[in-house]
Design a protein around this ligand. Structure first.
Ligand code: AGP
Length: 366
């Protein structure tokens, strides 16, 4: 409740929470990285090493932005720990009567810890003997209490309806979980070290991105006039694109669609024209060339392009260049310019930024 919480001199809680991220990410990491053995210490998991090695699959559930952060989490676990992992909206999961497997690790994500669909999914899993971890921000919340163990984000209260710092902290918590799962399985010490060092670089790099706010504000004003926007990304960039579209639509009410870049030609390319600009999330990873080809295809249809990545590209009209981290951790950083973009688009359009119409901070009903 905003009444108990100071906006710290910021015009909106949302901007305060975006700006806090160097600190909130540091808090999620604090005391959890072991630089000697390149492992993660996650005391709240309540799992011994034998159990940690026993899982053959990871299933992640959450709603809205929590679900999108879970998609980043699934990719981190699959890449770093080499365990098949996927994310699904908690409501879909619970309504489709899923097979609950003893060798699957279930992970529920919730900032508030009170989202009804996520809570009900956890209760159903528990009823059927599933092992459920929670990645939760609010200590002692219903979901945290229902889970067998988990990771608290320690991001502090999130007041604005649109989730920002909880999103990045959740992705960081998944990186720690993936490191933990990986290092008791096949992940090499060298890879462990690479990820530990990458995680430690995040707070400073986030600070650097926040200094780009003026540039991003100008871009938001420029693009906010469009009737809608397309967001695209491939693999690591795709959940970032989904979250970017989610932020824009919920606080600015500008229609936004997110697609895997590779899916454009299977349908949505028909929408591309001078009236529908695209935000392209283009990390400098092994898919860079493929992404640049996609930009060329959009450009050939007169689509304007705002690229968020690690370099500039001729095909893009505008580029936001963020600092590079390890490929696996880049989604965390790429998300932040899109938060600022949505924020400034919403301000430019005169929206009620912290309390967007029709939405509640936590959805405690079905
Ligand atoms: C985020 O910007 C949204 N307002 C919403 O999707 C939110 O992430 C979702 O309702 C889940 O909330 P929770 O993390 O508190 O469970």
């Amino acid at each position: 409740d905003a009444g108990h919480y100071d906006n710290g001199g910021y015009e909106h809680y949302l901007l305060k929470e975006i700006s806090e991220q160097p600190d909130t990410v540091a808090r999620t990491l604090r005391g959890r990285i072991d630089d000697r053995f390149h492992i993660a210490h996650l005391g709240g998991l309540n799992m011994d090493a034998r159990e940690t090695r026993s899982f053959r699959r990871v299933k992640i559930i959450g709603c809205g932005s929590a679900y999108y952060s879970g998609q980043i989490g699934a990719q981190l676990i699959e890449e770093l720990a080499r365990i098949p992992a996927d994310a699904e909206p908690a409501s879909e999961f619970r309504y489709r009567s899923p097979v609950v497997e003893p060798d699957t690790l279930y992970v529920a994500i919730s900032q508030s810890g009170e989202t009804y669909d996520t809570l009900a999914a956890v209760q159903e899993l528990k009823r059927k003997g599933g092992r459920v971890l929670g990645i939760v921000n609010t200590v002692g919340s219903a979901i945290a209490r229902e889970c067998d163990g988990g990771v608290y984000l320690h991001a502090g209260p999130e007041v604005s309806v649109a989730s920002t710092k909880a999103f990045t902290s959740t992705a960081v918590a998944f990186a720690l979980l993936a490191l933990h799962l990986g290092r008791v399985r096949d992940m090499s010490p060298a890879d462990g070290r690479r990820i530990c060092e990458g995680l430690r670089r995040l707070p400073e790099q986030i600070k650097e991105i926040l200094t780009m706010e003026e540039q991003i504000r100008a871009l938001a004003i420029k693009y906010a006039e469009a009737p809608g926007m397309m967001f695209v990304g491939r693999v690591r960039g795709y959940p970032v694109a989904r979250e970017g579209a989610q932020k824009l639509k919920e606080i600015s009410y500008v229609h936004a669609e997110a697609y895997p870049a590779s899916e454009l030609k299977h349908g949505p390319l028909a929408l591309i024209s001078a009236d529908l600009p695209t935000v392209a999330v283009v990390p400098d990873d092994e898919l860079l060339d493929k992404n640049l080809t996609t930009l060329g295809e959009i450009r050939a249809r007169h689509g304007r392009i705002l690229m968020v990545g690690h370099r500039t590209a001729d095909a893009a009209d505008d580029c936001v260049v963020v600092p590079k981290n390890e490929n696996e951790l880049d989604p965390i950083l790429l998300t932040i310019p899109l938060q600022l973009f949505a924020y400034h688009a919403a301000v430019a359009l005169g929206r009620d930024v912290d309390k967007p119409r029709n939405l509640a901070k936590s959805v405690t009903v079905e």
